[in-house]
Design a protein. Structure first.
Length: 529
């Protein structure tokens, strides 16, 4: 039987009472609450941070009934969660929660209005309206402790959303930073009145200077013990969600193992510490099981605008070079507004993840976590660098040509479409990148965005091929030459044995030489062998 999946639901109470599936994270939550009191957690968007904050609020509000086994009004059996089996006291702490993902900064006054409204609601809920005079967070916390006899809990969700959307606007960025510093700065001196502080975001808190006074926050973002606090682990998927995989496999007429392999390739691969525990994107998985369709859910055009703004102010990004890029641990402490290094931004945003860790030098190797993100980022990068009038039309025509190529091996029509596409690339973008690498990177990025099984700079004993395209009916090993001949490109493929590794594949292997002209700014010759 198909279960109810919490697509877009971030309320723990609604999720439990309405009979939705909940992956039990309360063992880690219990560890979090009993081993410390002030935390920061960075995770990509749509990774379960808001649901985690909502669950923490329910625990500290003493709502034990939501964590025990019960039957919903619709007759769904909700299982007992781990924390209900522990000795947690279920005291009713005053909880104040800020959710900055919901605020609107079109006008500066909106942020201050939201903060004031949140404080006023907190004061009304706990009967503090006669006690609080200045309507400051610090005073509200002290009064709440005095009134209830229990220390307060502060939960801050997506603190950096407004700052990320202020990229490129120095005045707005400074306003948000100053407002947050004034709001949260006094928290450090309130230990006697605070039970728990938990702050989430995408960017590491030290980057923004917002919480510089809160140096008692424990940043658990890259701690192995909390790697599975958000997201769905391999173990959770194959145990708590096994019935969902089995149902998907049945509907697609494939085996359980085959369906698991497809889910893994498309949605797995996130690592948030050097321990590299495999984590799946929860937003994508619940959408997959809800719709019964394998599709790209996490990445959409509406949520990439902040990334495009940041990329516009950073050194040019070469898609080909991102996979396997090394990054020192110290790079993750760079301020976002410095824009010197795109890697930490892409990691924290969820576009890149940890692929390897060098303990000797404290270096990380980064790469794309899975197919969904790889394709989505390629499309985002294309739109960032080629957003000219008509560019989407020529890209669409090229995609149609690629689909015909995929089905029928019609390479000639595909090359013709590539020529038309290159002819429409804005001169302003191309003029500073006149080299073989530029054409190579653009073609590779587009093929990735189309979902092609494409490899860039694959190593052989004598060098690296430019592009290898694996199609259902054949393999195409491509070499691109700039102000040279297609014959020279074919000669290099032969001389360095780029195609030899595929001789046992079973599919026919075609060597493709492509020549570009700096004068024509396009392909002038190509041939196969």
């Amino acid at each position: 039987m198909k279960r109810k999946y919490p697509v877009g639901i971030q309320s723990f109470e609604k999720l439990r009472k309405d009979g939705y599936l909940y992956i039990d994270k309360t063992a880690l939550i219990y560890k979090l609450m009993t081993e410390g009191g002030s935390y920061f957690l960075s995770r990509p968007r749509r990774f379960g941070k808001s649901l985690l904050v909502s669950t923490l609020a329910a625990v500290f509000e003493g709502r034990r009934e939501l964590f025990e086994a019960f039957t919903t009004d619709e007759g769904t059996e909700q299982p007992q969660l781990f924390i209900a089996t522990t000795n947690w006291k279920w005291e009713k702490h005053p909880v104040i929660r800020f959710d900055f993902s919901q605020t609107n900064l079109k006008y500066f006054v909106k942020l201050e209005e939201y903060i004031m409204q949140t404080l006023q609601l907190f004061e009304e809920r706990y009967g503090l309206t006669q006690m609080v005079k200045s309507h400051s967070l610090a005073e509200a916390i002290r009064c709440a402790h005095e009134k209830t006899g229990h220390r307060a809990v502060v939960l801050v969700d997506e603190y950096d959303t407004l700052m990320l959307h202020s990229i490129g606007n120095a005045e707005q960025m400074e306003y948000v930073r100053d407002t947050f510093s004034a709001l949260f700065g006094p928290l450090k001196g309130l230990d006697d009145h605070l039970q728990f502080v938990f702050i989430t975001g995408i960017s590491k808190f030290s980057q923004m200077g917002v919480f510089s006074k809160l140096n008692n926050l424990n940043n658990i973002s890259m701690q192995p013990a909390y790697e599975a606090l958000c997201g769905i682990s391999e173990e959770e998927l194959t145990t708590q969600m096994r019935p969902d995989i089995e149902l998907m496999a049945q509907r697609n007429a494939i085996s359980y193992d085959d369906m698991l392999a497809r889910l893994k390739a498309r949605y797995d691969g996130y690592h948030f510490s050097h321990a590299m525990q495999d984590m799946y994107n929860p937003f994508s998985l619940v959408n997959v099981f809800s719709s019964a369709m394998l599709d790209d859910y996490w990445f959409d055009r509406g949520t990439s605008s902040a990334l495009i703004k940041m990329l516009a102010q950073m050194p040019p990004v070469n898609f080909v070079e991102l996979e396997g890029k090394e990054c020192a641990a110290t790079a993750f402490d760079l301020p976002l507004e410095s824009f010197d290094n795109v890697l930490p931004v892409l990691y924290q945003s969820g576009y890149l993840t940890i692929k390897d860790y060098d303990r000797d030098f404290n270096d990380y190797t980064l790469g794309f976590p899975n197919q969904e993100v790889r394709r989505g980022f390629a499309d985002c990068l294309y739109r960032h660098v080629a957003a000219a009038p008509g560019a989407e039309d020529t890209k669409s025509d090229l995609f149609q040509a690629y689909k015909r190529f995929w089905r029928s091996n019609d390479l000639s029509a595909f090359i013709d479409a590539v020529k038309i596409f290159y002819a429409g690339v804005p001169y302003q973008w191309e003029k500073d990148n006149r080299n073989e690498h530029y054409y190579h990177a653009l073609l590779y990025t587009l093929l990735v965005a189309f979902g092609a099984d494409v490899r860039a700079e694959e190593s052989s004993a004598k060098g690296c091929s430019d592009i290898t395209l694996l199609m259902p009916k054949g393999i195409y090993v491509m070499e691109l030459k700039y102000d040279d001949t297609a014959d020279a490109a074919i000669g290099q493929i032969d001389r360095k044995g780029y195609a030899e590794k595929y001789t046992l594949d079973g599919r026919p292997v075609t060597k493709v030489g492509i020549a570009f002209s700096s004068a024509e700014r396009n392909i002038i010759d190509w041939k196969t062998s």
